[in-house]
Design a protein around this ligand. Structure first.
Ligand SMILES: CNS(=O)(=O)c1ccc(CNC(=O)c2cnc(OC)c3c2cnn3-c2ccc(F)cc2)cc1
Length: 276
């Protein structure tokens, strides 16, 4: 991070005054720890993203991406997506109660929820003024991803980011919404659904607590509508991956990150996540 930006600007970040340290109630402590985990596992803080905002790829740089072969661009995105997912895995591990779940349930929640949380976080790195997203060091429009041949999926990712960005969530709301997306007791293949439900109930209480405190209860149903969109986006991602893998099985098998394969390629049995 940019030296000094951390303490200087952050000290006046109004949100940090709301849950500065664990207060008396369990729910407020939960808010504080989820907010802390989110901040500590975001590759860039809001201030840094503000400064990076106007670092946009030039026409030549965009052309260089568009001239990449399909498998080269897919490989680059798989690597970048896995970077972002790794931070989400760290975020999950710091959600109170997540580590107490069974190992298989932790993996099941990450398999089904990590891409969704990456998409929620993408609203933080989206610039509504020029509809660009921070990717590979600068801000890029959808046209940069042309050689993926997934125009509809990329357009949907940009639309989703735009829509979520428009809700102007605070960092604490992003943190708690991300935890809510991840701790979902309706996910497939959970062994101890009740235990997940107990953790989920606490996160729901924390989320409604801060929405009430922010006087923004109206956000709740809007965000639940976004959850349905997230599900579709993730299915589209898996569909595109299956399509790509038909043409480039060796690229997926030998050049995609193991964590990406474990999370998104259904029939692989690699266990990189055992390092949870
Ligand atoms: C997680 N912390 S954070 O601070 O919110 C944070 C998060 C992320 C990044 C860096 N950006 C990305 O990783 C990223 C941005 N946009 C994308 O797509 C629009 C990305 C990205 C990674 N994979 N893909 C992608 C996925 C599937 C596909 F078909 C094409 C691209 C920086 C900072």
């Amino acid at each position: 991070s940019i030296p000094g930006s951390e303490m200087g600007l952050r000290a006046f970040d109004p949100e940090s005054l709301f849950c500065p340290y664990p207060t008396s109630t369990h729910i407020e402590e939960l808010c504080a720890s989820i907010f802390r985990s989110h901040r500590e596992t975001s590759q860039y803080c809001v201030e840094e993203l503000q400064i990076l905002r106007w670092k946009i790829f030039s026409r030549e740089e965009v052309l260089a991406y568009q001239n990449k072969s399909m498998d080269e661009m897919w490989q680059l995105c798989a690597v970048r997506l896995t970077d972002a997912v790794q931070y989400v895995v760290e975020f999950a591990k710091h959600i109170p109660g997540f580590r107490q779940l069974g190992q298989n349930d932790q993996i099941a929640l990450l398999k089904s929820g990590s891409m969704e949380v990456v998409l929620v976080r993408m609203s933080r790195i989206f610039n509504m003024e020029n509809s660009t997203v921070f990717f590979d060091g600068k801000f890029a429009g959808p046209e940069l991803f042309k050689s993926l041949a997934c125009g509809d999926f990329i357009a949907s990712v940009f639309d989703f980011s735009h829509g979520l960005c428009a809700l102007r969530l605070t960092e604490q709301q992003v943190a708690l919404f991300s935890a809510l997306v991840l701790i979902n007791a309706d996910r497939p293949c959970l062994e101890d659904r009740d235990r997940v439900l107990r953790v989920r109930k606490d996160v729901e209480l924390a989320f409604t607590h801060i929405l009430h405190r922010d006087n923004q209860e109206s956000l709740l149903h809007k965000l639940y509508q976004k959850v349905a969109l997230l599900k579709n986006l993730c299915s589209l991602h898996i569909e595109k991956l299956r399509w790509f893998r038909q043409y480039y099985p060796v690229t997926v098998h030998s050049l995609f990150p193991p964590l990406y394969k474990e999370l998104f390629v259904s029939d692989t049995d690699t266990h990189t996540m055992v390092t949870l």
